[in-house]
Design a protein around this ligand. Structure first.
Ligand code: UT7
Length: 321
């Protein structure tokens, strides 16, 4: 088995900044309600940008920061639930734009857990020796998937991309994963934005926007995530006290606060940027990692955790450096 390290991060966000105050002119809500219930103050919304262009820009930056050349990348995975096209995959178009010619490329759908799932796939392949270096991207334009009349969802979801490079290395810094799914919760967050009829069947009425049972998802996240973190640490023989930083999916500041309380860990160890960017699904963890990287010291143990539609959830333990 080979070692793997994370080396190279990138981030790309749309230019348009939409504040809570602005949203309050569109739906019946208020800055006070949104901040109190979610911690979100504003979010970035794609106008000129697309899922593909955000993914390309984040990937370009990650590649530059990794010191690798496009020819060194042998695997590209884009985690997304909002691709611009069903085919080709976003990953193939990213590779074309960055002149990555020696890689297999595909998209992966695991909603807000997508970056953690894709990281397990990529780092497992590297450990097995199948590929040397991988580019993993989380990219979303959820603003085109929400109903802008639905105040339960349009205040939460937003757009952006983050990217990471995983390299084969003598030293192993990717300690382990605990990824989970439970299809019993499949109806709690849904997005049916695909054609639903053909010449031989009647067109069904389909709700094309994101549908979410917010309270049920909240309960799931605040119970499943702390349990999952403990399970991962036990599996890898680490203690909660060994962890220097927690970078969770940025869905809601109250969820992060609740996870910290359940784990009895100081909230100071939990990085948060949800106030600026809202919930960018698969992009939120790599964007948060990018924004938090100045805080990390070599040797820091970091837990990353994602949770969302599927239901899916999962955590990853890595050592910085
Ligand atoms: O990426 C992973 C996927 N998603 C999540 O992690 C989301 C998890 N869930 C949540 O973050 C929270 O459930 C929400 C932020 C979505 C909602 O917060 P909540 O505290 O669970 O509110 P609620 O749905 O229980 O609604 C409370 C009240 C309701 O009014 P009544 O029935 O008490 O009169 C809602 O109609 O707040 C109302 N409401 C709003 N009011 C102002 C719902 N959305 C809004 C809004 N502005 N935007």
């Amino acid at each position: 088995m080979y070692g793997v390290r994370l080396d190279g991060l990138g981030k790309s966000i749309p230019n348009l900044d939409i504040t809570n105050e602005y949203l309050a002119t569109m739906v019946e809500t208020s800055d006070e309600w949104i901040q109190t219930r979610t911690g979100i103050k504003s979010r970035r919304i794609a106008v000129e940008e697309s899922t593909t262009s955000l993914a390309i820009n984040a990937a370009k930056q990650a590649l530059e920061n990794s010191g690798l050349e496009p020819k060194d990348i042998e695997l590209v995975i884009v985690a997304t639930v909002s691709p611009d096209m069903a085919m080709p995959s976003t990953a193939c178009v990213v590779a074309e734009n960055l002149q990555i010619e020696n890689a297999i490329c595909f998209d992966l759908t695991a909603a807000c857990s997508g970056f953690i799932y894709a990281s397990e796939v990529a780092t497992s392949f590297i450990k097995l020796g199948n590929y040397k270096n991988a580019l993993v991207i989380g990219a979303e334009v959820l603003s085109k998937m929400v109903d802008w009349q639905d105040r339960g969802t349009c205040i939460l979801f937003a757009d952006g991309a983050g990217a990471a490079i995983y390299k084969r290395s003598d030293e192993n810094n990717i300690i382990g994963f605990s990824n989970k799914s439970d299809g019993k919760g499949s109806q709690l967050i849904r997005l049916a934005n695909i054609p639903h009829s053909n010449s031989f069947s009647k067109a069904e009425e389909v709700e094309r926007h994101i549908q979410m049972d917010g309270q049920a998802v909240y309960k799931f996240a605040t119970t499943a995530v702390p349990k999952n973190i403990i399970e991962l640490l036990e599996k890898e023989n680490y203690r909660l006290e060994d962890v220097d930083w927690f970078v969770l999916h940025q869905a809601n500041a109250r969820i992060i606060d609740s996870v910290a309380k359940r784990l009895k860990v100081s909230l100071d160890k939990f990085f948060m940027n949800v106030s600026e960017y809202g919930n960018t699904s698969a992009a939120s963890i790599p964007i948060a990692l990018y924004d938090a990287k100045h805080l990390f010291k070599k040797g820091d143990k970091i837990i990353l955790s994602g949770f969302g539609a599927g239901l899916t959830w999962g955590s990853m333990l890595l050592i910085w450096g």
